[in-house]
Design a protein around this ligand. Structure first.
Ligand code: NAP
Length: 291
């Protein structure tokens, strides 16, 4: 693996004002949608006065309006009307209803970016009944602190410029990659579900420290920073993880004993199976949406 060249799509987008959305709607501004709002406003890709957001509950709308100075409400029609960029952050099962609801209000030339798991660009294009420009995004929760991993895939009518715009927006939340849509279920199982697996590993390492007599807080800090540092070394050096593992593993030292336990416990196979199962589930969700 090669280290990724330093790219700043957000800076690129910022420098090219013709790529900026004029009116932007964030539909379903929950955990992910709020993270996006914060990234977009923080990087000044759009002024707050040109951003609208919708949620289900008026109390949350008031919170968003007050915190970000945007128009926030529960009326999807009003939010998407006139918007040239619509970010869909709804739950997967709500996307179809939303598209049917706002079908007549959406600008035909609006760029639609959907972060809903499992919902394909083809599905969105079908619901809209016109050759809509659609980008699909698969982020993960570290986006909330701008350390996310976001995969982007284009629909059949989306352009290179559309991808540039989506990349600029999501790069304010972490690292972006552009992929073929056929990989999205695998990515859902790996990097979107992945933080949950990693938290389990962090928790387990911390428990080990506690077992050995370390205070829990210290043990959790040691564990989490170890994963963070090891991950950064992989990304920054571009070295194969096995080579970096060898650097830790002194002949007849302590680490090789620990690694033997991991092999005996089947950690590798277990993690591989976890990702495969989650990806299979993502595929099933697509089927149930198409039913
Ligand atoms: N969170 C992640 O790590 C992650 C990662 C990858 C992909 N995704 C995708 O992102 C999407 C959202 O996930 P999330 O974790 O952000 O969920 P969430 O926090 O539950 O956000 C969903 C939001 O949708 C709002 N909503 C519900 N019905 C609505 C409607 N009819 N019109 C407008 N807004 C409506 C809800 O409003 P109220 O708050 O008022 O109830 C809520 O704010 C999902 O499709 C998920 O697959 C999330």
């Amino acid at each position: 693996m090669k280290p990724k060249a330093e790219r700043t799509p957000a800076a690129h987008l910022k420098a090219h004002s013709h790529l900026h959305p004029q009116h932007l709607a964030v539909v379903g501004a929950g955990k992910l949608g709020e993270g996006l709002l914060s990234g977009i406003l923080g990087t000044q890709l759009a002024p707050a006065s040109h951003v609208a957001a919708t949620v289900a509950h008026p109390a949350r709308a008031s919170y968003l309006a007050e915190k970000y100075g945007i128009k926030a409400g529960t009326d999807n029609h009003a939010a998407v009307e006139g918007a040239d960029l619509v970010l869909i952050c709804l739950k997967p099962q709500q996307v179809k209803g939303f598209l049917q609801e706002v079908h007549g209000d959406l600008r035909k030339d609006a760029l639609i970016v959907s972060a809903a798991a499992s919902v394909t660009t083809a599905r969105i294009e079908r619901e809209l009944q016109h050759p809509a420009r659609v980008i699909r995004a698969m982020p993960n929760t570290p986006c909330l602190i701008r350390h996310g991993m976001i995969a982007l895939a284009r629909g059949q009518h989306a352009t290179d410029t559309d991808l540039e715009i989506a990349e600029g927006i999501f790069s304010s939340m972490g690292r972006t990659v552009i992929v073929d849509e056929k990989h999205m279920d695998a990515i859902t199982g790996l990097s979107a579900s992945g933080p949950a697996y990693v938290y389990t590993i962090i928790e387990s390492l911390a428990e080990a420290g506690v077992k050995l007599g370390l205070p829990r807080e210290l043990s959790t800090e040691l564990s989490a920073q170890t994963l963070l540092g090891a991950s950064a070394l992989v990304l920054q050096t571009g070295e194969h993880p096995a080579k970096l593992k060898d650097m830790v593993t002194t002949p007849a030292g302590c680490t090789i004993d620990g690694l033997l336990e991991l092999e005996e416990g089947g950690l590798r196979v277990t993690l591989i199976k976890a990702v495969v199962r989650a990806a299979e589930r993502a595929r099933q969700l697509v089927d149930s949406h198409s039913a």
